[in-house]
Design a protein around this ligand. Structure first.
Ligand code: FPP
Ligand code: MG
Length: 333
């Protein structure tokens, strides 16, 4: 059963909301490549993980489901999709979800403009909801989008920096992945009038599952097959990204010097050898253990929210994040 089905969430109204944002945008001509690209992106489907988290969050408030919950869900997917368009350009990744990435289909410059439009319009439309009754909107529209960019910049800035402290890796991971998931739940909760304490617990749940999600994603770059990745394995290391498996492998006296000798000009065979060594090392299990400890913390949040019937939906989400299938965790949705 698909995640949204297990959670009894209909994706059609969310997709329709997304299509309408661009279709009825008075500033964008109907025949514009922006409309075509955004519509195609939406029609290509996906798990809609972040919108689903907004809707789950809304189940913790006393109010009935609201139109604005669906709007927020649509904006979060826009922000996420825009960030992946940029990410694939930055990572020089030609494939996304097993399909050619947008910049491959329409060109880098065009893809940058499409993503900028999606990000900027979401921030603008979200700001219409800013106010006392929803204190978290500002966070989603401003702080979070800035942090997404900063997380990516931190990653870029630490390419091939093998002395990166673990705290910096965790901070970057939080910025680029966990904060959006956390904010989705929190914004959803406040859209239905949930109290601040509940919204904060949901935020912490989202942060923990987001951290686990990104760590597992980083592990899969070493362990999964190119077929299940939808792109060549080992891309992170080749791009100089110092992810958790690399940080742990650096502590191994056998592997450390080999990894430290890599730089942007190293031959592909050296990267391939390092990827194989890391994949076969303890670093993988250690990384997965850290992911697991975040999932356990998330479980603790569910216990604290046990008085709400919707805590069962968090259990469903937790099972999704904990699922062992690399394919599922990897194809970022
Ligand atoms: C995936 O990382 C990337 C992110 C989670 C966030 C990327 C954010 C940006 C590029 C900033 C976007 C800013 C604007 C203005 C649109 P990954 O490469 O580890 O994951 P992957 O394996 O799915 O590619
Ligand atoms: Mg990437």
């Amino acid at each position: 059963m698909k995640l949204h089905e297990a959670l009894r969430i209909q994706l059609e109204p969310i997709d329709k909301e997304m299509i309408n944002i661009v279709k009825y945008d008075a500033d964008v001509p109907r025949n514009s490549p922006i409309v075509r690209s955004v519509t195609e992106l939406i029609r290509a489907g996906g798990k809609r993980l972040r919108p689903v988290m907004v809707v789950v969050g809304s189940r913790f408030g006393p109010g009935r489901p609201q139109r604005k919950t669906i709007r927020f869900a649509a904006f979060t997917e826009f922000i996420h999709a825009a960030s992946l368009i940029h990410d694939d350009i930055i990572d020089r990744s030609a494939m996304r979800r097993g399909e050619p990435a947008l910049h491959v289909k329409i060109g880098v410059n065009e893809a940058v403009h499409v993503a900028n439009y999606m990000m900027a319009r979401s921030v603008e439309l979200l700001s219409e909801y800013e106010g006392k009754d929803n204190p978290y909107i500002r966070k989603l529209s401003g702080v979070l989008t800035t942090k997404l960019c900063l997380g990516e910049y931190q990653q870029l800035n630490s390419r091939f920096q093998f002395d990166l402290p673990l705290e910096r890796y965790l901070e970057k991971t939080n910025n680029k992945t966990a904060l959006l998931m956390a904010t989705c739940l929190q914004v959803g909760a406040s859209s239905s009038g949930a109290d601040a304490q509940t919204a904060d617990l949901l935020y912490r749940f989202g942060e923990c599952v987001g951290m686990a999600f990104q760590i597992r994603d980083d592990v899969l770059d070493f362990t999964a097959s190119p077929e299940s990745l939808g792109k060549p394995a080992g891309s992170d290391l080749r791009n100089g990204n110092v992810t958790l498996p690399v940080l742990y492998a650096l502590e191994d006296p056998r592997l450390g010097p080999r990894i430290r000798s890599l730089n942007a000009a190293s031959p592909l065979a050296e990267f391939a050898a390092a990827v194989r060594l890391i994949a076969g090392s303890e670093a993988i299990d250690r990384s997965l253990q850290l992911a697991e400890s975040y999932l356990q913390q998330a479980e603790g949040m569910i216990r604290k929210l046990g008085r709400y019937p919707a805590h069962r939906d968090l259990e469903t989400l937790l099972r999704y994040f904990a699922a062992g299938k690399p394919e599922r965790a990897r194809l970022r949705q």
